[in-house]
Design a binder for this molecule. Structure first.
Ligand code: ADP
Length: 398
């Protein structure tokens, strides 16, 4: 038995999950938040409901990793570092280079850093997590699992933009998508739930969390997805605008006297979406509460949010020429019956009908009526498990 750790490093956070493999048993999990800021928060959940938390300044990812490993020993979760034989890192952008998970060499790491152009908020943070583990545990198998890899099966008709070809050829200006690990996992689970082989089914997966994307999956392969060149495109999100007319950018820059285009992109990434429209919060729980209290902006934010999801799902019925199931996953998709109802209730023409007695908080599985031609499924995602499995698989080739 060996232990594998799955890592999801953000710019100021590091989420992790420790597994016994190949049993796929979660031994402990946690998050380090506010890395690089004052009062970083370090949390571990382990055993049968035990929790450890401390607050202190953690200036770098490397120190966060050191602290994490030390605490695993202090809490008797590990006897020594040597028990960990593999680490898997989520990496957001793999560009056209990485079409599947890979063992991380110095050359691979360099390429991940170079791909920061495609995911400026994410790849540098992912690389910082990788470097931190390499520094402390240099000899264990280290694997990168790319958010874009599952979408590498998209055909050119889906990934090309209608812009001059030379921009694609010279600079790789195309759609790459994201959340691929999640879309892959839930589409496979959906096929299992339908009792069918993945090669026989067409599924539309809606990963709706803080970040959100919709994917058309045919026979286990991503055929189209809503995120684009970067994770800014597609449906409306917590703080990201999703699709907008690009002409708005120079227009708004002039009106607001913004001279740096990156500042404008920052507005679209961090101040838009639910937060921008509601003027209240980026968190769906707050939006739902505020709309119940009669907040009209929150009501509109909710309606725009669900409208964009519905339209992408409708598009993908056309891309796939029909579908067997629509899957809801991630923080909002898994937990909000309000959002699921609002999206699906205007789609009866597509052959979908929710059974509201099943569409309750905490539900998993089929929430559609027996007559619903297309099944509506709620499936909790598990990106960490996919990462741990890939580490296990690639260990054999080391
Ligand atoms: P991330 O993209 O950061 O991984 P998550 O998948 O954790 O995000 O999703 C976070 C979102 O899920 C937040 O908007 C949060 O409000 C929402 N969420 C969590 N629980 C609920 C709930 N019970 N009802 C509605 N939304 C929820």
């Amino acid at each position: 038995m060996s232990k594998t750790i799955a890592i999801n490093a953000g710019s100021s956070s590091l989420k992790w999950q420790l597994y016994n493999m190949p049993e796929e048993e979660v031994i402990a999990k946690g998050i380090v938040e506010r890395i690089g800021l004052n009062d970083s928060i370090f949390t571990v959940k382990y055993g049968d409901g035990q929790k450890f938390e401390k607050v202190e300044d953690i200036p770098t990812h490397e120190l966060a990793v050191q602290m994490l490993l030390d605490e695993l020993i202090n809490l008797n979760i590990l006897a020594s570092y040597d028990e960990i034989t593999g680490v898997g890192h989520r990496v957001v952008a793999g560009g056209e280079i990485f079409k599947e998970s890979v063992v991380i060499s110095e050359e691979v790491l360099k390429k991940i850093e170079d791909l920061a152009e495609l995911a400026p908020l994410h790849n540098p943070a992912n690389a910082a997590g990788i470097r931190a583990f390499k520094a402390i545990l240099p000899d264990i198998t280290s694997v990168a699992v790319f958010d874009t890899a599952f979408h590498s099966t998209m055909p050119p008709v889906a990934y090309r933009y209608a812009i001059p070809t030379e921009y694609y050829e010279k600079y790789g200006a195309r759609k790459y998508g994201a959340h691929g690990t999640s879309h892959m996992y839930v589409s496979q689970k959906a096929a299992e739930m339908l009792g069918k082989d993945i090669d026989e089914v067409k599924i539309i997966t809606a990963h709706i969390g803080n970040g959100a994307s919709i994917t058309a999956v045919r026979h286990g392969r991503s055929i189209d997805t809503s995120m684009g060149f970067t994770p800014l495109a597609g449906v409306m999100m917590g703080t990201r605008s999703g699709d907008i007319d690009p002409s708005l950018i120079p227009f708004l820059m002039e009106k607001e006297e913004i001279t740096d285009v990156n500042e404008m992109i920052e507005v679209l990434n961090k101040k838009s979406g639910l937060l921008g429209v509601s003027d209240t919060s980026s968190d769906m729980r707050d939006i739902i509460q505020a709309r119940k209290e009669g907040n009209e902006k929150a009501q509109l934010a909710f309606e725009v949010f669900t409208d964009r999801i519905r339209k992408y799902i409708a598009q993908y019925f056309a891309v796939l020429n029909g579908a067997d199931a629509v899957v809801f996953t991630a923080g909002i998709g898994e937990n909000s019956n309000w959002v699921r109802t609002a999206v699906i209730e205007k789609m009866s023409w597509f052959g979908m009908e929710i059974d509201e007695s099943k569409n309750v908080f905490g539900v998993e599985g089929d929430i559609s009526t027996p007559d619903s031609k297309v099944k509506v499924l709620v499936i909790p995602t598990d990106e960490e498990l996919v990462i741990a499995r890939d580490v296990e698989r690639l260990k054999r080739f080391e």
